[in-house]
Design a protein around this ligand. Structure first.
Ligand code: HEC
Ligand code: HEC
Length: 133
């Protein structure tokens, strides 16, 4: 038989170990493949950016994202295989710079999150806005 004392110390150790594991899995600093957006961006904000890109260009997620070659049919959003993703990064830098240089009205916000000028300002639902008249 194990004593009450042994049981208590076992439970304490178990709790210690589990909180330790939980602490290393906190979602704050997920490993993401982000080169323009801040790495500590929330899932919600990331999602809303992505939907705004799709809407602004009138495209679906697979315009910029690609599937894993070998396995699933699902898009792997971390991959950089689709050249449109790098094209979009250039555009994101341009948009951030425009807001930072000309429309930084709210100094409490990070430049990446300013959106006076956004993709839709130029794209208007078209991936090739140079031809829009
Ligand atoms: C116009 C191009 C474009 C479209 C359309 C787009 N994305 Fe993205 N997405 C990007 C770029 C560029 C990045 C990387 C951003 C960076 O480097 O900061 C990214 C990153 C992501 C990430 C983060 C992946 C990681 O590294 O963890 C997710 C998740 C994501 N996109 C989901 C979506 C979803 C869902 C849609 C459709 C609703 C979508 N994207 C549509 C360009 C796009
Ligand atoms: C100042 C205007 C402007 C803004 C803001 C802008 N774009 Fe663009 N974008 C353009 C122009 C012009 C082109 C060239 C398209 C063409 O040849 O017709 C382009 C091209 C692109 C392309 C490449 C399309 C292709 O087929 O080669 C992508 C992807 C893109 N933009 C995504 C974005 C995203 C995502 C944003 C917001 C983060 C954005 N753009 C913001 C003007 C803009």
């Amino acid at each position: 038989m194990i004593s009450k004392q042994q049981l208590v110390s076992f439970l304490c150790i178990a709790l210690f170990v589990f909180t330790g594991i939980a602490a290393t899995r906190l979602p704050q600093n997920k490993v993401r493949n982000l080169k323009v957006l801040p790495n500590d961006i929330s899932d919600l904000a990331l999602d809303s950016f992505m939907h705004s890109y799709s809407k602004a260009l009138g495209v679906a997620c697979d315009f910029c994202h690609s599937k894993d070659k070998n396995s699933t049919n699902e898009l792997n959003f971390e991959l950089d295989d689709n050249p449109m993703k790098e094209a979009a990064r250039k555009m994101m830098r341009l948009t951030i710079q425009l807001n930072k240089d000309y429309f930084y009205f709210d100094s409490t916000r990070r430049p990446e999150y300013l959106n006076v000028v956004s993709c839709i300002t130029c794209h208007r639902g078209d991936p090739m806005p140079a031809d829009l008249k």
